[in-house]
Write a protein that binds this ligand. Structure first.
Ligand SMILES: *[C@@H]1O[C@H](CO)[C@@H](O)[C@H](O)[C@H]1NC(C)=O
Length: 179
């Protein structure tokens, strides 16, 4: 009996460990997303948007959940050889957890997954001149993430039909970074 209990106990501990600590995939607490972030991985089925001159190739500075349930996203990116600051206010739509923001057309934004102390993944649908493209972004609390997480991200992109060759790793690629 004692042995059985010990086994059960171990199973619980192990199962808990495998659960990638505190990954949340719905009902996000947006206030916990507030703070500094680094853009680490970008993926799109319209590759030109995330290449060097691409509209969506930008680097996050911070996310701020506003009191009125809008989301403020602060970025910088290189535009015509100069580092420029970009601030977006994403308003929540009638659909809970779905945000809208105008940039390079219209964007519908959702959070796909988050571990508030480590990373969060954004999923954008961009509508521009009748063309619809997807953009998936991984932001990290630190300027780098584990290989394991990168694989997890690739898998998620694959589930959305975005191939591995359409994933860009921006670790150490920030042209406006001071360090
Ligand atoms: C929320 O507040 C921000 C900043 O004051 C503002 O820009 C934005 O339009 C507001 N959103 C809504 C839905 O009123």
């Amino acid at each position: 009996m004692k042995l059985l209990l010990l086994c059960l106990g171990l199973t619980v501990v192990c199962a808990h460990h495998e659960e990638n600590h505190d990954v949340v995939t719905s009902n996000f607490d947006m206030s916990k997303l507030s703070g500094e972030w680094y853009t680490i991985l970008l993926a799109s089925d319209m590759k030109e948007k995330i290449e060097e001159q691409g509209s969506m190739r930008m680097f996050m500075e911070y996310t701020q959940a506003l009191d009125n349930s809008s989301l403020l996203l602060k970025y910088h990116k290189k535009i015509n050889g100069e580092c420029a600051e970009l601030t977006f206010i994403c308003d929540e739509t009638e659909e809970e957890g779905v945000y809208s923001v105008f940039y390079d057309g219209y964007n519908r934004l959702q959070i796909a997954e988050a571990d508030y102390d480590d990373y969060y993944i954004m999923y954008f649908l961009n509508y521009n001149n009748e063309k619809i493209s997807q953009l998936v972004v991984l932001n990290g609390r630190k300027p780098y993430v584990s290989l394991e997480l990168k694989k997890r991200f690739e898998k998620l992109c694959e589930d959305h039909g975005i191939l591995k060759e359409n994933v860009r790793d921006l670790t150490n690629a920030d042209p406006c970074s001071q360090d």
